[in-house]
Design a protein around this ligand. Structure first.
Ligand SMILES: [Zn+2]
Ligand SMILES: [Zn+2]
Length: 397
C-alpha cells in the first residue's frame, strides 16, 4: 500500500463524488455529451492542459507534456455517455433527464478522468514524456472510440501514442477489489438481424402459406447448435436472439418474421465461426422450409485484448492501492467494450475496478435501472491510473 498517488487521490474524494453526481444528474446520450464535454474542456484548461475539442464529434483530448525528458506518450481513456434508461433509484443525485441514465458508470469514469488530470498536473515536474487524456463519447454501441481514432486521437492529435490504459467500474466486483487480466478480457460482439420472408395467409389454411413464425422458431433452435456442435469445446461464445417480431393476430399466418440478437466471442476463430454459421443456418433452414432469410451482422466491436507487459504494470499499480489479495487476474466477461478499438492498435490494459457494495445493497448489474456504484472506489481508480501512467512513461511495460 505504497502508491505514490493515493494520498493525492484520497484528498480529492469529495470532489470526485460531487463531479460524479453532477454528471449522474445530467446524463447525455452518445454523441450528445455537450454539457459533459464542456465541463471536461473547462477543467482541463484550468489545469494547464492543451485541450482539443470536437474530436469524434463530442470527444475531448487533453495533452500534458511532463517536466522531465521522456520518449513515451501514454493515453488514458474515459468514456462519457449515458443510456436510454429511466432511472429507478430514489437518490438525491437521481437523473434529472427523463429516460436517460448513467446506468453503466461512465459518469464515474469521467469524474476519475478529471481526478487523474488534476493529480498528474500537480506532479508534472516529475513526469517524463507526454500524457494524452481521451474523453470519449458514445461508447454504448455508437462507435465513439473509432470516431476519435478516425479523427487522429492516437497519432495526429499530439504525439503518437505508445501505450493506452483505461478502466471500467464494475458491479461484478466488490469495493476494494479489481480485475487486472492479460489477454482477451472482454468479448467481441456484433448485432444480428435475421428477416424471414414467407407467405402470409389464413390461420386455418397453413398449406397455402409459408409460415414465417414456424421458420423463425426452427432457426432460433438451430442457431444454438453453433456453440454446442461447431465450436471447439474449449472455446466459448454466445448466440442470443433477444427479440422476435412477427404477426399481429392469432388467426393470421405471418408473412415475415424479424429476429434480432447478438453474438459474442473471445477469439478470432470463434468470431469467424459465428459470422459464417449464423447466416448459413438461417438461410439453410429457411430454404428447407420454403422461405428465404436475409441476415445482417453489424461490424460490432473487437474483443478487448490486454497486452502482457502493460497489464503487469497495471497489476503492480493496483496492488499498491488495493493489496495483492484483492486483485483478480483470471476474470473475463462476454460483455463488450469499444476501447477494444484502441487496444487493437496500441498495446495497453483495460481493468475493472470494484464498485459494488453488497452490505449497502449496491449490487444491481450494469444497464439496470437501479445500477449504482459505491463512490469510495473513485480515488482508488485515480491512484491506480496515475501510478500506471507514470510507470509506463518511465519505461515499464
Ligand atoms: Zn455499458
Ligand atoms: Zn460501460
Amino acid at each position: 500500500m505504497t502508491s505514490p498517488f493515493l494520498a493525492d487521490a484520497q484528498a480529492l474524494a469529495e470532489e470526485l463524488t460531487a463531479l460524479r453526481r453532477d454528471f449522474h444528474m445530467h446524463p447525455e446520450l452518445g454523441f450528445q455529451e455537450f454539457r459533459t464535454a464542456g465541463i471536461v474542456n473547462e477543467q482541463l484548461n484550468e489545469l494547464g492542459y492543451e485541450v482539443i475539442s470536437g474530436v469524434g464529434q463530442t470527444g475531448v483530448v487533453g495533452l500534458l507534456q511532463g517536466g522531465q525528458p521522456g520518449e513515451r506518450t501514454v493515453l488514458l481513456r474515459f468514456d462519457m455517455d449515458a443510456l436510454p434508461i429511466e432511472e429507478a433509484n430514489d437518490v438525491p443525485y437521481r437523473s434529472q433527464t427523463p429516460g436517460v441514465m448513467h446506468a453503466c458508470g461512465h459518469d464515474a469514469h469521467t469524474a476519475v478522468g478529471l481526478g487523474v488530470a488534476k493529480v498528474l498536473a500537480k506532479h508534472r515536474d516529475k513526469i517524463p514524456g507526454a500524457i494524452k487524456l481521451m474523453f470519449q463519447p458514445a461508447e454504448e454501441g455508437l462507435g465513439g472510440a473509432l470516431a476519435m481514432i478516425n479523427d487522429g486521437v492516437l497519432d495526429r492529435i499530439g504525439p503518437q501514442v505508445d501505450r493506452a490504459i483505461g478502466l471500467h467500474v464494475s458491479a461484478m466486483h466488490e469495493l476494494g477489489t479489481a480485475a487486472v487480466c492479460a489477454g482477451p478480457m472482454m468479448a467481441a460482439g456484433a448485432g444480428v438481424t435475421i428477416t424471414v420472408h414467407g407467405k402470409g395467409g389464413h390461420g386455418a389454411m397453413p398449406h397455402s402459406t409459408v409460415d414465417a413464425v414456424v421458420v423463425a422458431a426452427h432457426i432460433i433452435v438451430a442457431l444454438q447448435t453453433i456453440m454446442a456442435r461447431n465450436a471447439d469445446p474449449d472455446d466459448t461464445g454466445v448466440v442470443t436472439i433477444g427479440s422476435i417480431e412477427a404477426g399481429k393476430a392469432g388467426n393470421v399466418i405471418a408473412e415475415t418474421a424479424v429476429m434480432r440478437g447478438t453474438i459474442r466471442s473471445f477469439t478470432p476463430e470463434v468470431k469467424a465461426l459465428l459470422r459464417k454459421r449464423v447466416p448459413e443456418i438461417a438461410q439453410g433452414v429457411a430454404t428447407a422450409l420454403g422461405a428465404t432469410a436475409d441476415v445482417q451482422i453489424s461490424t460490432g466491436v473487437d474483443a478487448t485484448v490486454n497486452a502482457e507487459a502493460p497489464t503487469s504494470v497495471m497489476y503492480d499499480a493496483a496492488v499498491e492501492v488495493l493489496g495483492e489479495d484483492n486483485i483478480d487476474t483470471t476474470f473475463r466477461t462476454t460483455g463488450g467494450e469499444d476501447f477494444s478499438a484502441v487496444l487493437a492498435r496500441v498495446p495497453g490494459n483495460f481493468f475493472f475496478l470494484g464498485a459494488a457494495n453488497a452490505a449497502q445493497g449496491i449490487t444491481y448489474p450494469h444497464h439496470n435501472p437501479r445500477f449504482d456504484i459505491d463512490e469510495s472506489c473513485l480515488p482508488d481508480g485515480v491512484a491506480i491510473l496515475c501510478d500506471a501512467a507514470v510507470r509506463i512513461l518511465r519505461g515499464e511495460g
